[in-house]
Design a protein around this ligand. Structure first.
Ligand code: PMP
Length: 404
């Protein structure tokens, strides 16, 4: 049985084969690890095969083009995108967020953005605010969740260009009511822009029923792909200005116009074939075993969550146990700073977690943990119940030592 085989129950789960025996990796929300063997093999095979897709008519170039096309088709089908030409390979989620926000918004436009966004979204928006884009922050509740009625009351009669909201929080793990928010956006003639970084791979995603006009994610988190690749979806009627041009397209020296054809218009330069192949292999793993992997992740998250709630002075961020979330469980404690807990877990138990503000300081401000930060566990199907139990024991020990 491999690490990512489905349907394991607690206590009946082999250690991931590629994990060093002593490491307990619980930082999958930053980047998933270990990658499935299928992903490693696909990256390796693509590197060995070579070929520059869309450039040249020899067999290697054609095979590379075929690989990119087949990967796009697979990933589009996984994400419920009926025409793969509306799905673009990007250098990452942050790059895609920058492309959409800078390419879609102009001075005088009005944007509503949730209070819990990642810096990938808030920083491009704050740059745009300096150039005359009007930004309103949508408040959230204690779980970090947006409420559609509150947003509706806030919008009132204001003309709205776009609403920007994540699908799942990288701080509290909460799932946002994105499709209801999209309905509201469309009632107001606005576009719905969605950061799917922490949702893709953890929950089933159908981009066409979700109602997103633009959606982006990383390839290296729960989609199990390598770092250096992300995805962007744009609805067929939503054209935004490209950030990068050139390096692609046919034509002679007299044809210096911009490439307008999808998908190449948003994919300037030589495609990262090995990364695309790896991402496609990660998605294939999810297509084959995703249901059971998600069930295992939910079981782990619940075990960790309820265990943390049993430790005195620990406050778990986000919704209570039983409410669906992505397998991110973060906590804070008045007794000891998050970075201290993370350092102890790392040095004494070899447990990898992430402390601090998680590149989302506004999200921490929104849920009241901006001063002390939080310790975040990012779980994945490759983790075991035993690892969760060791982590709980470690947290309980660090907290007990802080009290004494
Ligand atoms: N949005 C969210 C919600 C995230 O958690 C992250 C990654 N931490 C990003 C965007 C940015 O992803 P990347 O670093 O892969 O560009």
């Amino acid at each position: 049985m491999t690490a990512l085989d489905a349907g394991e129950v607690c206590g009946d789960h082999e250690a991931p084969m590629t994990t060093p025996e002593t490491m307990i990796y619980l930082d999958n929300a930053a980047t998933s690890w270990p990658k499935p063997a299928e992903v490693l093999a696909a990256v390796d095979a693509a590197l060995r095969a070579g070929g520059s897709p869309g450039r040249g008519a020899h067999t290697m170039a054609l095979a590379a083009s075929k690989l990119v096309t087949a990967s796009r088709q697979r990933i589009a089908s996984f994400l419920g995108v009926s025409d793969p030409r509306n799905l673009f390979f990007q250098p990452g989620c942050t790059q895609a967020a920058n492309l959409v926000l800078a390419g879609a918004l102009k001075p005088g436009d009005t944007v509503f953005v949730s209070a819990v966004e990642h810096n990938s979204v808030t920083r491009p928006l704050s740059r745009l605010a300096k150039r005359g884009v009007v930004i309103h922050t949508i408040p959230v509740d204690d779980w970090g969740m947006v409420h559609v009625d509150a947003l509706e009351a806030m919008i009132g009669k204001t003309p709205v260009t776009a609403i920007v909201c994540q699908q799942a929080s990288n701080v509290t793990g909460v799932l946002q009511p994105v499709s209801d928010i999209a309905d509201l956006a469309h009632e107001h003639g606005a576009r719905m822009i969605v950061d799917g970084a922490q949702a893709a791979g953890h929950i089933p995603v159908n981009l066409e029923t979700l109602g997103a006009d633009a959606w982006f994610c990383s390839g290296h988190k729960a989609l199990l792909g390598p770092q250096g690749i992300g995805l962007l979806y744009l609805a067929p009627d939503y054209d935004v200005r490209e950030l990068v041009v050139g390096g692609t397209g046919g034509g002679g020296p007299d044809e210096l116009g911009e490439e307008r054809e999808r998908p190449s218009c948003y994919e300037a330069g030589t495609a990262p074939v090995p990364l695309i192949a790896g991402l496609s292999a990660g998605v294939a793993v999810l297509q084959a075993r995703g249901d059971a992997m998600r069930a295992h992740e939910a079981e782990l998250a619940l075990r960790l969550h309820t265990g943390l709630l049993g430790i005195p002075s620990v406050q778990v961020l986000g919704p209570p146990p039983g409410v669906p979330r992505v397998p991110i469980v973060a906590f804070s404690s008045a007794l000891v700073r998050g970075d201290r807990v993370a350092a102890e877990l790392g040095s004494r138990w070899n447990i990898a977690v992430r402390a601090g503000l998680h590149c989302a300081p506004s999200a921490h401000t929104a849920v009241g943990t901006q001063d002390e930060g939080a310790v975040r566990f990012g779980l994945a199907a490759s983790n075991t119940c035993e690892e969760v139990d060791i982590a709980l024991e470690a947290v309980a020990t660090v907290i007990a030592e802080a009290r004494s």
